[in-house]
Design a protein around this ligand. Structure first.
Ligand code: HAM
Length: 420
């Protein structure tokens, strides 16, 4: 038997309602903030991610699904959404000369060849937002506010937001130099990958998940001590905005994001419920990326949240109520079934979900199925009911059953709060 590929999952009908709930909260929140949807391809030229996310990152060097297509192009399944969105904005001319802030959101599958574990998959779903065209710390504050509002709308109560600044191209070299000076004497204690990173892209050592490297990294210089005045002011202004919005956050000077394109602000929301892989969402500012990918100099900020992780935590905390039909129609005999199909159609026309029993058998078997489907109410149509133009209506919670004239059914259901 062929099985699902390791790291991929099927989401079964009992699981999808909670997914849709979270995705609806996302759509509601982004609409309220004035963000508009963009959809970009799930695979792109490999070079796009190498240039933006960074060749020395784990995401690109170890986790990207890359392949040559039949036309000999080197392509990659997208490991994240920002690069594709920025590529689309440049290519499709959304970053014209007008001074305007592009507020965009996306939703879709991402692919990373990671070791599968709790909340970590090889195919996973992100929702993300990007505000492209503003350097103002207000844009960073709005992004954080949007992300937290979304999580609250999805049902989260306690949120732990970590915030830091990793500086800009003016001040990062000094930090980088200090990191190299810290790591160089302990080169032999680093893992093989990190010895290589130390040469190619030393700041990536800070992101290493190996235990031995972690201990060395923990005492490495913090970017906070190297920020230039402009970056310091930017961070201070962002903190004032967050304070005035009463957004609680923790400064996390050693917060490391696994992507190279960040400048200044970086943030994450973590949740202990996820264990080691604990980020629910992450993001930050990327003021150089648009230009790096061939567009006009354009500052930007954004984030992405892992829907798989959000759903996992919500399910653990409050369960996931299954979908239940409003009405289940038990029908006894072929004639009754024909009538039941028409009746169900009428009910759906009034906004009630209705399922007709199509497997037959006696009332006992059909009631059992109604119960398993979680139906709130059951309508019974048998020969006797047909002859007298009535239906039997049973409330599955109270167990009460009464007979209603067919013509009165909708009125009776709406009196009981059944129609919208
Ligand atoms: P990221 O931190 O790599 O950032 O991913 C964002 C979120 O995606 C994570 O916080 C996590 O919830 C989820 N995620 C990542 N990998 C996995 C996985 N293997 N399985 C399940 N969930 C996962 C980015 O992707 C950036 N593009 C965010 C961004 C947008 N920055 C600026 N704009």
């Amino acid at each position: 038997m062929i099985q699902a590929v390791r790291g991929t999952r099927d989401l079964l009908p009992d699981e999808t309602p909670l997914w849709r709930e979270v995705e609806a909260a996302w759509r509601r929140t982004t609409r309220l903030f004035g963000y508009r949807e963009i959809r970009v391809p799930t695979f792109e030229e490999r070079a796009l991610f190498e240039r933006s996310v960074g060749e020395a990152t784990d995401i690109v060097s170890k986790e990207m699904y890359v392949f040559e297509d039949r036309g000999g192009r080197s392509v990659a399944l997208r490991p994240e959404g920002t690069a594709g969105v920025v590529r689309a904005c440049i290519e499709r001319g959304l970053l014209g000369h007008r001074k305007e802030l592009l507020r965009l959101w996306y939703h879709g599958q991402m692919f990373r060849y990671e070791r599968p574990g709790k909340g970590r998959y090889r195919e996973f779903t992100q929702v993300g937002a990007e505000a492209i065209g503003s350097e103002d710390p207000g844009a960073d504050a709005e992004m954080v506010d949007l992300a937290l509002d979304f999580l609250r709308a999805a049902g989260f109560e306690k949120l732990r937001l970590l915030l830091s600044s990793i500086g800009c191209s003016a001040c990062r070299p000094a930090w980088r130099q200090a990191v190299v000076a810290h790591l160089e004497p302990r080169r032999e204690e680093l893992c093989g990958d990190c010895r290589d990173r130390l040469l190619r892209n030393p700041l990536r050592v800070l992101d290493c998940k190996e235990e031995g490297c972690g201990a060395i990294v923990a005492s490495s210089p913090s970017p906070a001590d190297f920020l230039c005045p402009a970056c310091r002011d930017h961070l201070a202004a962002l903190r004032r905005r967050l304070d005035s919005l009463a957004v609680p956050y923790e400064m996390a000077p050693r917060l490391v994001r696994g992507l190279d394109y960040y400048t200044r602000t970086v943030f994450e929301v973590v949740d202990e419920g996820l264990g080691g892989q604990n980020a629910v969402f992450g993001g930050g500012r990327y003021d150089n990326l648009v230009e790096l990918l061939g567009g006009p100099p354009t500052p930007a900020v954004g984030f992405a949240a892992g829907v798989d992780r959000i759903v996992l935590l919500l399910r653990e905390r409050r369960g996931a109520p299954p979908e239940r039909p409003d009405i289940y129609v038990v029908c006894l005999g072929a004639e009754a079934q024909a009538e039941a199909l028409g009746l169900a159609r009428e009910l759906r026309g009034h906004g009630l979900s209705a399922e007709v029993d199509l497997l037959g058998g006696g009332p006992k078997a059909q009631f059992k199925r109604a119960d398993r489907a979680g139906a709130r109410r059951v309508l019974v149509l048998g020969e006797e009911e047909l002859r007298r133009s009535v239906v039997a209506l049973k409330d599955m919670e109270s167990g009460q059953q009464r007979e209603i004239a067919r013509a009165q059914l909708l009125a009776a259901l709406s009196a009981a709060g059944g129609t919208k």
